[in-house]
Design a protein around this ligand. Structure first.
Ligand SMILES: Cc1ncc(COP(=O)(O)O)c(C=O)c1O
Length: 410
């Protein structure tokens, strides 16, 4: 592969211009300048190669810059980019993707409203649940992360990110994750929506006990609330099932997707039963977005979905996920600084004794050519989430680097 690089002065110029012209999420500037990607590998502007074991945070399930996805993008881009939406134009590739998605979503969840991102899909789910139940009270969970726009921020747990933007949505109660007794107390007939990530991602990769999600389903049924599952991070094979809710045979009222849905292009959606989704047609245009379900994103999503199905990436995620977890548990026996290894499929959390040590290990791993990341809400937990088509030799290489980073950091 011909690796494209930039010279040092251009790199320095980009660093300066990025800080000056591009809105930043931290005051520190960015570490990596990524310039090229393929499969599990990414290259920085100096041509240094990295294994990406975070997959653009659970986006690149079919690998970076997958050639079949790129081909679909090129074909669609040549044929048609954006056209008038506003309820007027039918876009065939959008329908193709919606129809294929209905084959992999839980029973009855056949209708998707396309958005551009995860947080925007959560906003749509909040509106739909409100309209469908006529109730505004929401139960969310401690440790939850659902996005950064005002509605999704209202139901995300970390106060440090919520407080500066208050007042946010009223009527939100946070309940301890995986505490069915507490949920039983909180889910009353006044509640319209219970929203949860089936496996918490940014909260630190927490898998609930087997009775928790079925218990929430029953409580929602008893109290006339909609169960909304945020599968933005857990969907599309990430946890070893197509959707994480399948681990517990729970069917939500609304399923929220994004990230891997677009195969690397921006695309999200909220999915429900047709009779529920149709509520948004009254009054006409009561929910809408200019770019949601963009033809190029849908073409990429369709190609990506075909790859996931054809190459049995869901099964692969389960098998490789188990293997990586077992090998990390061996590490845990050797290095007591590893407090816990948990997760399902290729959504794995590796918790170290302190956030400081975690950051040191992640930094060292990156120097050695392995990209990892800690959870936004749980600085001590490293996420391990490679593309689902990661190769066995790449797993070996990554785990060797990780072990070296651990031994050099403790
Ligand atoms: C579970 C979950 N929900 C919502 C979001 C927000 O999605 P987006 O960043 O596309 O707005 C994320 C993003 O990390 C997520 O992990």
């Amino acid at each position: 592969m011909n690796i494209k690089t930039l010279n040092q002065s251009t790199i320095e110029e980009y660093r300066k211009d990025d800080l000056h012209y591009v809105g930043q999420t931290t005051p520190f500037g960015k570490q990596l300048i990524l310039h090229q990607s393929q499969g599990t590998k990414v290259w920085d502007a100096n041509g240094k190669e990295y294994l990406d074991f975070i997959s653009g945070i659970a986006v690149n399930n079919v690998g970076h810059t997958n050639p079949e996805v790129v081909e679909a993008i090129i074909e669609q881009a040549k044929q048609m980019l954006h056209v008038n939406v506003f309820g007027k134009s039918l876009v065939p590739v959008q329908v193709d993707l919606a129809k294929e998605l209905a084959k992999v979503t839980p029973d009855g969840l056949d209708k998707i409203f396309f958005t551009n991102s995860g947080t925007e899909a959560i906003e749509g789910a909040i509106k739909l649940a409100r309209r469908a139940t006529g109730k505004h009270k929401i139960i969310a969970f401690e440790g939850a992360f659902h996005g950064r726009t005002c509605g999704s921020l209202s139901i995300s747990y970390r106060e440090v990110y919520r407080k500066p933007f208050e007042p946010l949505l009223p009527g939100v109660t946070f309940v301890p994750f995986n505490d069915l007794k507490a949920a039983e107390q909180a889910i009353t007939p006044e509640v319209g929506m219970v929203i949860i990530e089936p496996i918490q991602g940014e909260g630190g990769v927490h898998v609930p006990s087997d009775d928790f999600l079925p218990g929430l389903r029953a409580l929602c049924d008893q109290n006339g609330a909609m169960l909304v599952l945020d599968e933005i991070q857990t969907g599309f094979g990430r946890t070893g099932k197509f959707f994480a809710c399948e681990h517990w045979n729970v069917v939500p009222d609304i399923l929220v997707v994004a990230k891997a849905l677009g195969g690397g292009m921006p695309l999200g959606g909220f999915i429900s039963r047709p009779e529920v989704m149709n509520i948004l047609t009254d009054p006409p245009l009561s929910h809408m977005t200019t770019f949601g379900g963009h033809p190029v994103s849908c073409a990429a999503g369709l190609a990506s979905l075909n790859i996931i199905n054809r190459d049995k990436l869901v099964e692969r995620s389960a098998i490789f996920g188990n293997e990586i977890q077992n090998r990390l548990k061996e590490f845990q026996k050797k290095y007591p600084v590893i407090v816990d290894v948990r997760g399902k499929g290729l959504m794995i959390g590796l918790e170290f004794a302190t956030p400081e040590l975690t950051k040191k290990i992640v930094g060292r791993a990156q120097d050695l050519g392995l990209i990892l990341s800690w959870s936004i809400y749980a600085g001590g937990t490293v996420r391990v989430a490679p593309p689902l088509n990661v190769l066995p030799e790449e797993i070996d290489q990554a785990l060797n680097i990780l072990e070296k980073a651990i031994t050099e950091s403790i």
